[in-house]
Design a protein. Structure first.
Length: 449
């Protein structure tokens, strides 16, 4: 784009002051994934929504008006690469900082230099890798300098910044989400690495169509993993086929961090598939969790919750089965308990659904919170002593069994809440019959009125 080469804080970060930023990572003995890092926006693959023609971030870069921002996405999607490209495409000094290795004293030194640079008319781009590991003290130290424009912050994280980054710091910039690379984008990355001389393998290795397909499939959208595996294979063979790729990958490690977004995304897909009455997808996501190393007790706990929250009285047996599956796991262990987990998963997914009890408890709790401890009507109070009876406790109480099992017209709420309805049975499974019975007893054929 014809903009100036980024100036880099080589004095503090052991970089040659006469070299380009990318020369430091493109040495012949550097790993292939490092050598093949894109140097320009045109080389960035798989992120067209961010840097494609007409995309917001691309327009901001072209105008040299880059705001503070957070790059959020899974491993291997190009967060660090894009940060380096941003420095290459803008006129700010690039300052790398590790949230893991750097401390507040290091940060203050960098900020002081940035302040002096700003006084001389220059700008500083502070790249914070793994910004989700920034502690509160680091974030507090950085905040005023981001706010007053001393530095433009570019953070990279695999964690949801809504949870991992200080809200005040987050509000000073924009969040850009990077997605896992598509198969097509990964294919282009691998083909370029195989063919390109100098940075790549220069055509010294051949990869079959089946080998390329296997390499892409095994990388799970992670360009770094694909290139690392490619480099390993190229070290001792001239032709890479599917069998070689399979041996190199070994047992595929599923992308699943028990405390990160990968975990919560898969759990969300699991729950929503059961809620959507899709037993096949439910099984798939359940085994994604289990095969990635998730504790079966966590999966069972989610299914027990689901049985009440999403099925409820539409099929009360769902809760019984979920609890029984949990007991079976504790008695059998794995892998035998997989039969019980699969039975429970498919039953819950196929069962009629109702969240009526879930809605009911939220509504009831809202009244408790809104009105506090309303007095119990005297007719409903306990009267174990003569004094309590003399006070009128229990007076006027109608015993339902004396009236055929239902005291028509009787009320059981505090006076202020008489007439409230929380539970509206759905027309689903057993709950449809519950709705009919309640409507009949109340003399109201439509219990939702």
């Amino acid at each position: 784009m014809g903009l100036a080469r980024p100036r880099t804080e080589w004095q503090d970060w052991d970089m040659d002051p006469t070299g380009n930023l990318f020369d430091q990572v493109a040495a012949a003995d550097a790993p292939l994934a490092e050598r093949m890092r894109p140097r320009r926006l045109a080389e960035v693959e798989g992120q067209d929504a961010l840097v494609g023609e007409g995309a917001l971030l691309r327009r901001l870069i072209a105008a040299d008006r880059l705001p503070s921002l957070i790059l959020w996405g899974p491993p291997g999607t190009g967060k660090t690469t894009l940060a380096r490209v941003l420095a290459q495409e803008t006129s700010a000094t690039f300052i790398p900082f590790s949230a893991v290795l750097g401390g507040v004293p290091d940060l203050r030194k960098i900020l002081a230099a940035a302040k002096e640079r700003r006084r001389r008319g220059g700008r500083s781009l502070l790249f914070v890798d793994e910004i989700h590991r920034f502690n509160k003290a680091q974030q507090d130290a950085l905040l005023p300098h981001v706010e007053d424009g001393t530095v433009t912050l570019v953070g990279a994280t695999t964690e949801n910044p809504s949870f991992a980054v200080n809200g005040a710091l987050l509000s000073r910039g924009r969040v850009f989400r990077l997605e896992s690379l598509s198969d097509e984008a990964l294919t282009r990355v691998i083909q370029r690495a195989v063919a390109e001389p100098g940075r790549g393998l220069g055509g010294k290795v051949e990869i079959t169509d089946e080998g390329l397909e296997a390499l892409v499939a095994g990388a799970s959208g992670d360009a770094r993993r694909a290139l690392t595996t490619l480099e390993t294979l190229a070290a001792d063979r001239a032709t890479i086929d599917a069998e070689a790729v399979s041996q190199a990958y070994g047992t595929r490690t599923l992308l699943h961090d028990k405390s990160g977004d990968g975990h919560y995304d898969v759990v969300s897909a699991f729950i929503k598939s059961m809620r959507g009455t899709d037993p096949d997808a439910s099984l798939y996501w359940m085994f994604r969790l289990l095969d990635a190393g998730e504790d079966p007790r966590f999966v069972l706990r989610r299914m027990i919750i689901f049985a009440s929250e999403d099925i409820g009285n539409a099929d009360p047996r769902a809760l019984q089965l979920a609890v029984a599956a949990d007991q079976a796991f504790h008695r059998l262990g794995m892998p035998e308990a997989l039969h019980s987990l699969s039975q429970c998963c498919t039953y819950l997914a196929a069962a009629p659904k109702s969240n009526a009890t879930y809605d009911a408890f939220k509504a009831a709790r809202a009244d408790v919170e809104a009105h506090g401890a309303l007095p119990v009507p005297k007719k409903l109070r306990n009267a174990p002593t003569k004094l309590m009876k003399a006070e009128g406790h229990g007076d006027g109480y109608r015993y339902p069994h004396d009236e055929g099992g239902y005291a028509a017209g009787e009320t059981y709420f505090p006076e202020k809440l008489v007439g409230r309805r929380y539970y509206f049975p759905r027309d689903s499974g057993l709950e449809a019959r519950i709705a009919e019975r309640l409507a009949s007893l109340r003399g109201d054929r439509d219990p939702t009125d």
